[in-house]
Design a protein around this ligand. Structure first.
Ligand code: 5GP
Length: 208
């Protein structure tokens, strides 16, 4: 069967564990992960080109002008964007590409790539979510509050997604396997198998 490239958008509240889940999916299933550009400062342990491409605001705005992003958005005082070139070449090579982005970006991706699969990852409860953000220790209390407020706004947008997956403590494998089976099932949609169906019909023509 023909293998088509596919975008998988993973969104979720800050602290839901999207980053861990996305990287684990790459390691276990060989999916490609898009590295975003951002104007926020690197957190301790983050490397330029690994977690993000860290940009000045001027450079980020230039990239917008050059049509360098398939989408970009502002999130809690900073810009974040998905570089176009990597996504386009990975899709052309038939790979599944994971975009770990927030809701405004997810909607822009769906407009341009209607086949994109939209997943929302959440912690099992608001309490666990806040504990994870505080426990991470990378954010000041003011930023934790801002991110919780943003989560409240994002909760209003969950209906715009196609799937919701819970990332429970100590059950990363289960979360990953659920996402993997969603991706596999989506690949069997009739609408995603047009070329294959055409080849079957073509081969069967002589029997009509
Ligand atoms: P953080 O600062 O915690 O790394 O990311 C903040 C938010 O920005 C997260 O919800 C993350 O998914 C989102 N984000 C990261 N990269 C992108 C991107 O390229 N585009 C958009 N729209 N959001 C992004």
């Amino acid at each position: 069967m023909d293998k088509k490239g596919r975008l998988v958008v993973i969104s979720g509240f800050s602290g839901a564990g999207k980053g861990t889940v996305s990287r684990a999916l790459v390691d276990k299933y060989g999916y490609s992960l898009s590295i975003s550009a951002t104007t926020r400062d690197p957190r301790e342990g983050e490397l330029n080109g690994r977690e993000y491409f860290f940009k000045t605001e001027a450079d980020f705005l230039k990239l917008i002008d050059y049509n360098g992003f398939i989408e970009y958005a502002r999130y809690v005082d900073h810009y974040y964007g998905t570089p176009r070139q990597f996504v386009e070449s990975e899709l052309a090579a038939g790979h599944v590409v994971i975009l770990e982005i927030e809701v405004q970006g997810a909607m822009k991706v769906k407009e341009q790539y209607p086949d994109a699969i939209l997943l929302f990852i959440t912690a099992p409860s608001v309490e666990v979510l806040k504990n994870r953000l505080v426990g991470r220790g990378t954010e000041s209390p003011r930023i934790v509050e801002k991110r919780m407020r943003r989560a409240a706004e994002e909760a209003e947008d969950i209906d715009k997604y196609e799937y919701i997956v819970c990332n429970e403590e100590g059950r990363l494998e289960e979360c990953m396997d659920t996402i993997h089976s969603i991706i596999e099932s989506e690949a069997c949609r009739i609408s995603c198998r047009r070329d294959f169906i055409e080849s079957l019909r073509c081969g069967l023509k002589d029997y009509i």
